[in-house]
Design a protein around this ligand. Sequence first.
Ligand code: C2O
Ligand code: CU
Ligand code: CU
Length: 527
Amino acid sequence: LGAGVLGIAAYAGRDLLIGKKATLASATARSQLLVPPLYSGEREGGERVFDLNLRHGVSHFFEGIETPTIGINQPYLGPTLEMHAGDTVRMNVTSDLSETATVHWHGFHLPARADGGPHQPIEPGGSWTARFDVRQRAAMFWYHSHAHRRSGPQVYQGLAGMIYVRDSASEALDLPNDYGIDDIPLVVQDRAFARDGSLVYSTRMHNIMMGMMGDTMLVNGVVEPVFEAKSDRLRLRLVNSSNARFYRFGFDDGRSFHQIGTDGGLLTAPLPTDNVVLAPGERAQVIVDVSDGRPVSLLADGLEIMGMGNMGRGMRGSGSMGDSDRPTDNWMMGDRGGRGGMMGEEERRDGMMGGMMDERRRFTVLDIQPAASRRRAIAMPRQLATLPQVDPGNAVRTRRFVLDMGMGMRMMRGGGFTINGKSMDTQRVDETVRVNTTEIWQVENASMMAHPFHIHDVQFRILDRNGRAPDATEQGLKDTVVVYPGEAVRLLLRFEDYTDPDLPYMYHCHILEHEDAGMMGQFTVTA
Ligand code: C2O
Ligand code: CU
Ligand code: CU
């Protein structure tokens, strides 16, 4: 199960920063939010050309401490790529990394050869070019490593960035649109640091089962940053780029805000709410009003992801798993909320399990301090976009996908993370769909953890969850959907434009450790 640890401190016997971080951070002035550089590429013969270089670097998450990281054109994360619907883009990717990597354009509808999945590896010192037309609505997408069995550690070290797609319909709306001023991308990631400042990526069984979680929140690569708002109304574009942690975002004073977009585009109308839940891979655009001039903090509650969809029940004592199925390794969670459970004193002290167990902890994502003089708010548009009708009557067939974790000895041996009983095999095509058809994909969760299910090449619609219509926040365009334990979620997908009988797209759990461990399958789109 991926024993290698590239450029990351080995876990065993390390002193972790956990618990000491607070002292470190408070000894340092609060850092300003960094906004990744906006990179619009160069115009070359009708194409928009981006040069992206994957490289090792050194980052300073804590003052005076150096952390080895990887990034794209910079030490950690990458620039925000800006493109327009209708562009033809060319991505020239070179790699100075010491291991095989890939760059996947998450959420994009494009030919399989340009997808950047495990079939488009970039060797150390090598390069890869992807050319595709931008056939997206305006939204925020992202790019990240999709290396075979190595997505988890590579994204964890920084191999990710954002993509802004613009289109004329959305530009015509009165929405905050000034990058870094009132339109702010927020890449949310939890990380664990060793005392020497290196990132800790554990491949212990429990970190694979629950996914790798840390206790330090990074936003655009900055620990708990501060942002000075120069406008009364801010558009925040959130991407949960954590390996495994789910969050519920909201403000410390409980103020309501508007959600305006989902993964693949704008909603039909602004949706008033006071919280947004995002699993790894998911995005949301929200608009918050700070015209009262009072400082406000964006918080994220790390969510319970075990149990039968009630977000509150732990595995232990849930009765859903017999003792005989328990391996001796302590990869199981203890009682929820209680530090203790099955973990020994040593493991609690080392903080790693503490972080793992403490899933309902609360993080500060961003402290917003309204500047004394601010740009005045513009009125919120009533209507944002027109979405295609959701008509399941067009579907030519329904496919079933059952997610499972094959607990116990099977998982200990590897191969326990499955979709329809199969673990990922790059040589096997699991599903073949016809181009220009609409299908229903019914995704069922037979395990005891929630999984964010992601499908390449399409933006889909959610039909229902166990027969119930999705709530309003899930009625937009989606490429990643949370499937809670015991749930069957039906999705409506339309396959168009691109065919390749030999080269597959992926569908998988976006908890990167689950993906790396095999909870992924492949489909081709054929003529
Ligand atoms: Cu964001 Cu297949 O990944
Ligand atoms: Cu993707
Ligand atoms: Cu999963």
